[in-house]
Design a protein around this ligand. Structure first.
Ligand code: COA
Length: 174
């Protein structure tokens, strides 16, 4: 459990499913993300799965004891490189209040101080301004620009909808 000024960052619990459903069921969340809106049953399955793994962390607003978003925080292979990938999705009701930045700053600090991380990396679509703004506010450095690196969806004719990708990184000492 990590406590910040306004948030708790903690492991998922099964009971988080309703808060998770509140935002993972919205189409707008997937503009720059793979996947599609989930059902209640899918949200229950996801909360249960995440409670048993290490890759996702729930972000809880202290004053309302409500889960308002989550972090993806994955120890990449090979493990000895001590590199973690960071990602995030927040409930639109609670966006643009600095919560994602606050959570990311603290998880990065935790990774360097407690996990002895060497490097933190993150990727986003250049059109996802909110995402790269968050990364830059945490101090992460823009390391690369990949053209048409991936696609999450296809058009009506089955052609890939390619998107560009920004790569960010931060080292423990700079
Ligand atoms: C990315 C995301 C998690 C950011 O969450 P958040 O809690 O709103 O982030 P913060 O409030 O800490 O910071 C967002 C910053 O982006 C800015 N921003 C947000 N939308 C913007 C837009 N359309 N144009 C310009 N700036 C924008 C905010 O003003 C803020 O910057 P500022 O503090 O300098 O003003 C949220 O937008 C989200 O969940 N998006 C959908 C899922 C997603 O795309 N995840 C990332 C995939 S790589």
């Amino acid at each position: 459990m990590i406590e910040t000024e306004r948030l708790f960052i903690r492991k998922f619990i099964k009971n988080d499913w309703a808060d998770l459903y509140e935002y993972l069921s919205l189409k707008e969340i997937y503009v720059f993300e793979p996947g599609e809106p989930v059902s209640r049953d899918e949200a229950k399955r996801l909360a249960d799965e995440r409670s048993k793994g290490d890759d996702f962390l729930a972000v809880v607003l202290k004053e309302r004891n409500k889960m308002i978003g989550h972090l993806y925080f994955h120890h990449e292979d090979p493990k000895e490189y001590m590199t973690w990938e960071l990602g995030y999705i927040f409930n639109p009701v609670y966006q643009r209040k600095g919560y994602c930045t606050e959570a990311c700053k603290h998880i990065i600090d935790y990774a360097f101080k407690q996990l002895n991380a060497h490097r933190i990396v993150s990727y986003c679509n250049p059109k996802n301004i909110a995402s790269w703004r968050v990364l830059e506010k945490t101090g992460m450095k823009r390391e690369g620009y990949f053209r048409e690196k991936a696609f999450f969806r296809r058009d009506e004719n089955g052609n890939p909808l390619w998107h560009d990708c920004l790569a960010y990184g931060l080292l423990s000492y700079k």
